[in-house]
Ligand binder design. Structure first.
Ligand SMILES: [Zn+2]
Length: 480
């Protein structure tokens, strides 16, 4: 008889300080698929679901039952409608196909939904109740998961990414799917131990030496007989829930005491190092001075306005300074301002328009609108296929986009906040980033994967904004 595995993806990283809700529109901007179309849409994509499909493709004795594929850009809490819809679809697939043999999910961790501060914990608890204690629930996680006790109690195994930038999304999907396959084949019996280091880690690239030593430690642990996967997450402090920090999930083959022992060992290892896990950022002045001191392109990442962490991507701090200093030959992706896009479109390509550009979401934090005269070079649908290793093959949508020139600087004005971590945002608009002195992008760390291929001069700044990459100064309400 065919074995039945429920699959799904429901990913949201909630920034509780963002006033925009995670509603259906926000999910539709990225992904809001239900049922069989998921298999068609994700086949061949470098996502976790793409990996699930690839692993089970040759297994005629195992059938994948797709439920939901919901992914949104980070925003404020997910609405009750969307959360209930996803849960209902998953539970009804479980009920309709009962008894199922496994549940394989791609979640983020760090989802806050209205009425569910621990979104994934509540989701997994309901799923566990529906399938019973013996059915494996295996879940891939983003490394920015705020992994909670409830998540760990209700999942058989939690498998986080290990790279930031997340260039191992597909690899993590493969890892989770192989673990499910081996479990269904009776080759392994995953057991998991969980610990939480209650430390709010700044947004930290995994290649920085302070983080790399932790990954060296887990690489060492992987060699221990019986260890299936020693994972740990960085956490996401802007979710502002009670249970935040660096979650450790050690998965072993049928050996709970070993899992507990290694979880303790990694807990001590990380706890001892938290005083070194701090980040400082140069000032904008320092970075601009550096840019002008060489002909090689310099990328300036506006980390606090990163839509990949819940910001609006409309801050004007950097562009204002560039114009004030009379700097030329810079390119910027993106300032999200649908009003300005409409104005540019109405004026038409080849026209000159006056714009109150950006800075509208939160004038105090985002710098307020810039009064500029812009030459409209192009209007596009803002769509391209990602090439960077984070999600190759994924269609990225910035909404209707205007490419404008302001005092010899090129600015992409978009309609939807979406992290421009792929240089394709420029190439797809006929712009060659490597030919520019300064490249400005709204990202904290992910940009390093693609932009690092055109220059080794990468600088992030932490200006005012709701996605500041360091936790100090956040007005936490729930974190204690
Ligand atoms: Zn992440």
């Amino acid at each position: 008889m065919q074995k039945k595995v429920i699959i799904g993806r429901f990913q949201h990283e909630t920034n509780s300080f963002c006033s925009k809700p995670g509603d259906e529109t926000m999910f539709r901007n990225l992904c809001f698929d239900v049922g069989d179309c998921i298999l068609k849409n994700q086949k061949g994509v470098g996502s976790e679901i793409g990996a699930f499909i690839d692993v089970f493709e040759t297994r005629d004795d195992i059938v994948l039952l797709p439920t939901v594929d919901f992914v949104a850009n980070p925003t404020g809490p997910v609405t009750g409608d969307v959360f209930d819809y996803a849960l209902r679809e998953i539970l009804s697939a479980i009920e309709k196909n009962a008894p199922v043999d496994g549940v394989l999910l791609a979640l983020h961790g760090a989802m806050v939904a209205v009425g569910h501060p621990d979104g994934e914990g509540d989701l997994l608890e309901e799923i566990r109740t529906a399938v019973g204690a013996d059915v494996p629930i295996i879940v891939s996680l983003d490394l920015h998961s705020n992994t909670t006790k409830k998540m760990a109690e209700n999942a058989t195994a939690l498998i986080p990414y290990e790279c930031y930038p997340h260039t191992d999304t597909y690899k993590t999907g493969l890892r989770a799917a192989h673990m499910m396959q081996d479990t269904l084949d009776g080759k392994i019996h995953p057991q998991m131990a969980f610990r939480l280091v209650p430390y709010l880690l700044p947004l930290f690239p995994s290649e920085e030496p302070e983080m790399k030593c932790i990954y060296d430690k887990t690489a060492e642990m992987k060699k221990t007989k019986g260890v299936l996967f020693p994972g740990f997450c960085h956490g996401f402090f802007a979710a502002d829930i009670e249970e935040m920090g660096m979650g450790i999930t050690i998965v072993t083959d049928g050996d709970r005491p070993l899992a507990e022992e290694m979880a303790d060992e990694l807990f001590i290892f990380i706890s001892e190092r938290t005083p070194t896990l701090k980040r400082t950022f140069p000032t904008l002045d320092e970075v601009l001075e550096k840019a002008l001191s060489s002909h090689k392109p310099l990328v300036i990442a506006d980390a606090s306005d990163n839509p990949g962490a819940g910001a609006f991507s409309d801050s004007t701090h950097i562009l204002r300074e560039i114009l004030k200093r009379g700097i030329r030959n810079t390119i910027l992706a993106t300032i999200v301002d649908p009003e300005s896009v409409t104005k540019c479109e109405a004026a038409g390509v080849g026209s000159t328009v006056r714009l109150a550009l950006g800075g509208k979401s939160d004038p105090l934090l985002s710098g307020g609108p810039l009064d500029v005269t812009a030459y409209v070079k192009m209007i596009s649908d803002g769509k391209y296929v990602a090439k960077a290793k984070i999600a190759p093959g994924e269609i990225i949508k910035h909404g209707k986009t205007a490419v404008v020139e302001i005092e010899e600087n090129t600015v992409l004005i978009a309609s939807i906040p979406r992290q421009p971590w792929d240089t394709e945002v420029f190439y797809s608009h006929g712009i060659r980033p490597e030919e520019h002195k300064i490249i400005i992008t709204k990202s904290a760390v992910h940009y390093r994967a693609a932009y690092g291929e055109i220059t080794d001069r990468l600088e992030a700044v932490a200006l005012p904004g709701i996605a500041n990459p360091v936790p100090d100064g956040y007005p936490f309400q729930n974190w204690k």
